[in-house]
Design a protein around this ligand. Structure first.
Ligand code: FAD
Length: 584
């Protein structure tokens, strides 16, 4: 049983079995388990209601207490224990109409689409590309996610991880095909927009022009609103601009896609900082009916070791932000980066491009556990970055500035809650590394100082804003929030999804109706023949910029597929949404 097993479906299976086996002599077992099976079947079909979990618990406990024999008394156990340990899966079925494992047929069209946090119709746009209908494909993508060009470059592509084609050979190259599609879209094709003069008059303020704020603005604009986005930096983009380097996400791609917001009439006011230039209360006083907070998680976490306040220790987010916003940044000669995520690898590769002679990444687990994308880690190694695994910093030393870093050797212990093996230190084994710059990249937290004073916004234990997972509404009804400031550091596509959920939540609050027309499934007319055998060739590989062309510049590394290759790759899609191939 792993993350591909649906706990709700498993409990349903057991109840079905009990119903078959029940002798029917006592009503708790005969009738009670039948009612439980009806409820759980309804949940699996996406028709569950908020009160269903409590109903299942009450019924289950009653049946346990009153059934006459062992079969009846134990019948509710699979339901009760799956609710106890996997309640979030039940909630996902009921509240989000999503089966996280991708199992329940009533909720899952295709595993790739189900896995995408933004719910993009992956098989739809892939098949349109296969037929050369690029404009229709990009419009279909923008129904649920305005940024195909950005996401084709930086998304963790969970869609590919769940692609059923890998049971035959390799997953379809969804990200590469999408990249080709987005690069063809020179005119920024837009999906349906509803003009609504009433909505246009309602004032909505969005703080933060990262993917969450931009996405919230995009979906509100499609419902006829004209929100204003306030951004502290001099350019919009959030971590897309301030964190992710150009060699992964060229600025012309970012600027082009942000241009969609302008096309939709969303105003973006830059160089305006919440807490300094404006406050939420002032926005409210000047007529904002709703405020959305998409502030991100911009404070780098500390290492908690002696010497980390020395000159020459620079947080990865600060190092990258300064460089990406055009401030003069000098990399050290011998740079040590600490961490194993995308931010660590981005900082290391940026340091190489800024002239560092030697760059070493220290990571406390093994390479297999590094959260950074595998291809990024491989490219970093090709660029000469040395990754030392099972190593953790113990102390940073030096007189006035960083000179050495003392490192401790680690080993892997038992599995922790994240499912990875916990690193444990081997006290006797330490060594020294000479360095003149240390870049910690071990996590990010929220910095809400001076931003939400005198507002009753609930903050969770980690310091992030608490918001309703379905609507993004905070404990202050007219304030909504989404993206990293709610989830903690996550991904671009999750921030896009958070912005969309909040836009729908805001509209529901203002109009008392569900107007999210893009969420309704659209039938696409394609030439796919489900009776044909799948094509039998392997995945097309995209090329990368030769190493000799990367020195001292930030040119994009991954190159785009040709039209022929993109369309050929698109034909590898199995079109799982057709019932013949979808899970039974
Ligand atoms: P942000 O993108 O952080 O945007 C928040 C915005 O709010 C910023 O523009 C900020 O300037 C603005 N803001 C903050 N405070 C104020 C204020 N007081 N007043 C006005 N404006 C304010 N994700 C991926 O999916 N793929 C990747 O490859 C990837 N790589 C990453 C690499 C790095 C180095 C980092 C740091 C992150 C990476 N991420 C990646 C994570 C991803 O960038 C974030 O999850 C995403 O950007 C979060 O979006 P957001 O809109 O919530 O916040």
């Amino acid at each position: 049983v792993d993350e591909d097993t649906c706990m709700v479906d498993m409990a349903r299976y057991f109840l079905d079995f009990v119903q078959d086996e029940s002798c029917g002599k006592c009503s708790p077992c005969r009738i009670g388990t039948k009612r439980m099976l009806e409820i759980i079947t309804r949940i699996c079909e996406g028709k569950g209601e908020e009160a269903d979990i409590d109903k299942l618990i009450n019924l289950g406990n009653m049946i346990k207490d009153t059934a006459l024999c062992g079969l009846g008394q134990t019948a509710p156990n699979p339901v009760l224990s799956t609710i106890r340990h996997f309640r979030e899966e039940y909630e996902a079925h009921i509240r989000h109409k999503r089966c996280p494992a991708g199992v329940c047929p009533g909720l899952v069209r295709a595993p790739c689409q189900n896995a995408c946090p933004a719910g993009v119709d992956v098989p739809g746009y892939i098949s349109l590309i296969g037929e050369g209908r690029f404009k229709e494909a990009v419009i279909l993508h923008r129904e649920n996610n305005p940024f195909p060009g950005i996401c084709s470059r930086v998304c963790p592509h969970v869609c590919e991880t769940k692609c059923r084609r890998q049971t035959i050979d390799q997953p379809t190259g969804i990200r590469q095909i999408k990249r080709f599609m987005a690069d063809q879209d020179k005119t920024l094709s837009l999906p349906e927009i509803k003009i609504n003069l009433e909505n246009k008059k309602k004032k909505i303020a969005i703080i933060g022009a990262g993917p969450a704020g931009l996405s919230c603005g995009y979906f509100l604009a499609r419902l006829g609103y004209a929100p204003t986005i306030y951004e502290a930096a001099h350019r919009p983009g959030g971590m897309l601009l301030q964190g992710i380097p150009d060699y992964r996400l060229p600025r012309q791609v970012l600027n082009k896609e942000i241009g969609i917001l302008k096309k939709l009439g969303v105003k973006i006011k830059t160089n305006v900082r919440l807490g300094e230039d404006i406050t939420v209360r002032e926005l409210r006083k000047t007529g904002a009916q709703i405020v959305f907070l998409g502030l991100g998680a911009h404070r780098g976490s500390g290492l908690n070791i002696p010497g980390e306040d020395k000159k020459g220790v620079v947080q990865a987010v600060d190092f990258l932000r300064d460089h990406n916003l055009g401030r003069k940044v000098k990399a050290g000669r011998k740079v040590v980066v600490i961490g194993g995520g995308n931010a660590a690898v981005d900082a290391a590769r940026t340091a190489v491009r800024l002239g560092a002679e030697e760059v070493t990444i220290l990571y406390r687990r093994t390479q297999a556990e590094m959260p950074a994308y595998k291809e990024e880690v491989e490219e970093a190694q090709k660029e000469g970055i040395n990754i030392k695994h099972l190593v953790s910093p113990v102390e940073i030393t030096g007189d006035s500035k960083v000179e050495e870093i003392k490192c401790g050797q680690m080993a892997l212990g038992d599995f922790d809650k994240s499912g990875r093996r916990r690193p444990i230190s081997i006290p006797a084994k330490t060594f020294l590394l000479e360095t003149d710059m240390v870049i910690p990249a071990v996590g990010q937290s929220a910095d809400l100082t001076g931003m939400i004073n005198n507002l009753d916004i609930k903050i969770d234990q980690r310091g992030f804003i608490e918001a309703d997972p379905v609507t993004g509404q905070t404990s202050v009804p007219w304030i909504f929030s989404g993206g990293d400031i709610v989830s903690g550091p996550a991904t671009v596509v999750e921030a896009v999804a958070g912005g969309e959920r909040a836009a729908v939540g805001i509209d529901k609050l203002l109009s008392n109706k569900d107007n999210a027309f893009w969420r309704k499934y659209k039938e696409i007319d394609t030439a796919f023949n489900p009776d044909e055998d799948p094509v039998d060739y392997l995945r097309v590989k995209s090329k990368t910029l030769p190493l000799s062309c990367r020195k001292g510049n930030f040119k994009e590394i991954e190159l785009c597929l040709s039209e022929k290759s993109a369309r050929k790759e698109a034909k590898r899609c199995l079109r799982c949404e057709y019932k013949k191939i979808a899970p039974q």
